[in-house]
Design a protein around this ligand. Structure first.
Ligand code: SF4
Length: 320
């Protein structure tokens, strides 16, 4: 177990409704999984399934309603104040929109100094040298230090976002749609950079993307989310060979290299995704599942190991 960096244990994140009578939105509902040191754990699922809420909760930008989150063996779910601040040195985030997450009134140098200011490390280390080192790591140079964010391209801004996330030498990085806002040609460069940094610095990624192709191919293991629940978790190779959950099957059939080239036709799901404030009873997928039966409307399926390291939440694979 010592190689587990992060463990989510029955994590729930509910948001209150707009008024007292409104039902809470169950954005993440009883999710358990772990992330091994040095791996990329990818998360796929439709918009609104709770991927980003889960990512933000893992580094405590959001507080879980229930459950435990262990980072390096310490439960961070209830941390506050100085302890929470200290935890943030170990886990950082790269946001989707680099234009929105960089202060337009600060130069790149000032932006990269922020983590050292917040953690009161100025004076304790040669910050100027560290900032130059960070710029080099992300493929930029001293010239960019005096620039403002609006003077940089989208790809360069995202490189600054990555450099800022790396500043305090974290172990875990949440990549929240980190390439989604970039042009396709730039996406590949930034993905390659993230892969290089992972190797060089021994990083661990929790990689969220709505682009199935991207998340599928950068991940060592993949978690599939549907309406706040994790419905399948497996290594990339396992998922490539066999998808058990009907939702995973439909989702991955949309990736040509995975589905269509293997002779699988694209599966089109019927119906709308139900509201997370009033999810269906039983299996949340039953309103759209072609294999649903009466039991699916009644019982919530649990994640079970159907083969070593491959977990599925579906009654079809319940082990007696
Ligand atoms: Fe479909 Fe039933 Fe399995 Fe849910 S539990 S995915 S509804 S077969």
């Amino acid at each position: 177990m010592s190689d587990i960096l992060m463990k989510a244990d029955h994590v729930k994140v509910y948001f209150k409704g707009k008024n007292k009578k409104a039902l809470p939105v169950k954005a993440v509902d009883d999710v358990s999984f772990h992330i091994v040191k040095g791996e990329t754990f990818g998360v796929v699922g439709e918009s609104g399934c709770g991927k980003s809420t889960l990512g933000w909760t893992l580094i405590r930008l959001l507080r879980p309603t229930e459950g435990h989150i262990y980072l390096d063996g310490t439960d961070i779910a209830g941390l506050k104040g100085a302890e929470l601040k200290a935890m943030r040195k170990k886990a950082q985030i790269i946001f989707q929109d680099p234009s929105a997450c960089l202060n337009p009134r600060r130069t790149i140098k000032e932006i990269l100094m922020e983590p050292f200011e917040i953690h009161r490390l100025l004076g304790q280390m040669d910050v100027d040298a560290r900032i130059l080192e960070l710029l080099q790591l992300v493929g930029l140079d001293e010239y960019h230090l005096s620039r403002y964010p609006h003077e940089l391209s989208g790809g360069q801004k995202q490189r600054i976002g990555i450099a800022r996330a790396l500043a305090l030498e974290p172990e875990l990085i949440i990549c929240d749609e980190a390439v989604s806002a970039l042009d396709v040609s730039v996406q590949a460069q930034v993905l390659n950079l993230l892969q290089e940094l992972k190797q060089k610095l021994g990083l661990t990624y929790f990689f969220i993307s709505h682009n199935l192709n991207v998340v599928y191919h950068v991940s060592d293991r993949v978690g599939v989310m549907y309406l706040g629940k994790m419905v399948e978790i497996a290594a990339y190779d396992q998922l490539y060979e066999k998808r058990y959950h009907p939702y995973t099957e439909a989702l991955l059939s949309a990736i040509p290299q995975v589905g269509e080239e293997k002779g699988q036709k694209r599966i089109h799901l019927e119906g709308e995704v139900p509201s997370p404030s009033d999810p269906p009873s039983g299996c949340r997928f039953h309103t759209r599942c072609p294999k649903a039966c009466d039991r699916c409307q009644r019982d919530i399926p649990k994640l079970r190991e159907v083969e070593p390291g491959h977990f599925v939440a579906c009654h079809l694979y319940d082990i007696p």
